[in-house]
Design a protein around this ligand. Structure first.
Ligand code: NDP
Length: 449
């Protein structure tokens, strides 16, 4: 269910639908942003004159290419890959690569569009882009992953550069894949250009705290939302969807703040542990052994594994969706509210459906949208770029402190902008408007380019 747009924005949205047929996730992401922008156009008519919104909805460049590779049986395989360089008003295109069979142009565009505003919120000099492939890394050998990454980079390298386009990881792309991609980039270009990738290994230009940053940042954002309501995470029961990079470090930081995590998941099912999820077991299963979350109950027989279970059926006070888009719908949101949930913050990108957001907001729950709540990952990527540019390497404590300050600032900017535009407590409006104003002003200053 979608709400009515301001009349000046309706034709813009219709145009997005006509120009991008069949890209449901992209439509959803654009609609959610346009819903916030009515009052901005009234205050800043110059943005309408300069067609800033139309230009923001049209990627600057879209690259689609074939990735041929050979599997371990010697069979030829073909995948499709994408890089959408969405907007470079604030800096080089910046955003991750996703490897998942569901990837198609509409997903990459929704992620790229969100990334533009998210990156603006960080206050750091980065534009927005996103990429990926419909390659499924599950069940592939290490050699197959390497051959795929090398073949992908053999085409992608020509579009990248530390001042042009700087990818990182996302679903299915972690430290191992970044290593293979960066290695091939270095070989083809004959340049050790550290700043062309983020999420690198600590021995070769990576930043301390980057691996932890998205999850940690999400929890810092929750803590700020709760602080604004004179509350805190201490003693709260928490449920986290997923058990990948973002989920693991969200669980870790929530635990540091005194919360008890009672459930997490993967695409196979959910694990419920009323004694509190044992993070070291999850890290071993996911980061070292690369197995399914079901294996958790081998080490903790008192815990329950529910094949295909719905994580949002587990009662909690704080819910952190950290898996994928549209994983929390209207019914899930209603159930969370009913069972006493007081805060939802999105570690994942667009995990809550439009209807789900409406239910959470109507119930007055503190709701932190992904483009604000999970911006700590890309912010720390920008800190990695700073370290690379100065050939420096910061301590974990210093980098984490920078991340924490950035998340406090993002929360404050969203909170204050929402108040200024007559929607107190509405972090979606605050995030969309604050991010839009930054990008819009820069585009305006640079003229029609
Ligand atoms: P990972 O690949 O490390 O983990 C993804 C997790 O989500 C896995 O547990 C996976 O389960 C689960 N998952 C993925 N797709 C689905 C699906 N279709 N249905 C159910 N579960 C699913 O990815 P990340 O942790 O890096 O990313 C998670 C989310 O966070 C994404 O939305 C991403 O865009 C967002 N994000 C990531 C950032 C980062 O720095 N990594 C930065 C900002 C946002 P399984 O293994 O079974 O597939």
């Amino acid at each position: 269910m979608t709400t009515q747009l301001d009349e000046k924005l309706q034709p813009i949205y219709q145009d997005v639908l006509n120009r991008n047929p069949g890209e449901a996730e992209f439509h959803q992401a654009v609609h959610e942003v346009l819903e916030s922008l009515g009052p901005v156009l009234s205050k800043h008519p110059e943005f309408a004159d300069r067609k800033i919104i139309q230009r923001l909805c049209e990627p600057e460049r879209q690259i689609i290419f074939c990735v041929p590779w050979q599997d371990d049986n010697g069979e030829y395989q073909i995948n499709r890959a994408f890089r959408v360089e969405f907007n470079s008003a604030l800096g080089p295109y910046k955003g991750g690569l996703r490897f998942h069979p569901s990837v198609y142009l509409g997903i990459v565009k929704f992620l790229g569009f969100e990334q533009v505003l998210k990156n603006a919120l960080t206050g750091l000099p980065i534009g927005g882009g996103k990429g990926g492939s419909d390659f499924d890394p599950k069940g592939k050998s290490d050699s197959e992953i390497m051959r795929f990454c090398q073949s992908m980079m053999t085409e992608l390298y020509r579009y990248l550069g530390e001042y042009t386009d700087v990818p990182a990881g996302d679903i299915g792309v972690g430290g191992r894949e970044i290593g293979y991609l960066f290695g091939q980039y270095k070989r083809i270009t004959n340049r050790y250009e550290s700043g062309v990738f983020t999420g690198k290994g600590l021995d070769w230009g990576g930043s301390r705290a980057r691996k932890e940053a998205t999850g940690f940042g999400t929890v810092y954002f929750v803590e700020e939302m709760l602080k604004a309501r004179s509350d805190s995470l201490d003693g709260k029961t928490c449920v986290v969807s997923g058990s990948g990079n973002v989920a693991i470090y969200a669980m870790e930081k929530a635990r540091d703040f005194g919360a008890k995590i009672v459930a997490c998941s993967d695409s196979g099912g959910i694990v419920v542990d009323e004694k509190g999820i044992d993070l070291e077991t999850v890290k071993r299963i996911k980061e070292v052994e690369r197995r399914r979350i079901q294996a958790y109950v081998e080490a903790h027989p008192h815990a329950r594994y529910v094949e295909g279970g719905n994580i949002w059926s587990v009662p909690c006070q704080v819910a952190l969706p950290c898996a994928t888009q549209n994983e929390l719908n209207g019914k899930d949101a209603a159930r969370l509210v009913e069972q006493g949930c007081i805060a939802v913050a999105e570690g994942a990108n667009m995990p809550t459906t439009t209807e789900g957001i409406r239910v959470l907001q109507d119930a007055g729950i503190a709701y932190g949208p992904g483009k604000a709540a999970n911006a700590g990952g890309v912010a720390t990527s920008a800190l990695e770029m700073q370290q690379n540019a100065s050939r420096d390497s910061w301590t974990f404590e210093y980098t984490e402190k920078r991340l924490h300050d950035i998340m406090i600032n993002i929360h404050r900017d969203c909170f204050e902008t929402a108040e200024e535009f007559g929607a107190p407590g509405n972090y979606i409006k605050g995030a969309n408007i604050h991010g839009f104003l930054k990008v819009g002003r820069a585009m305006s200053d640079m003229g029609l380019i």
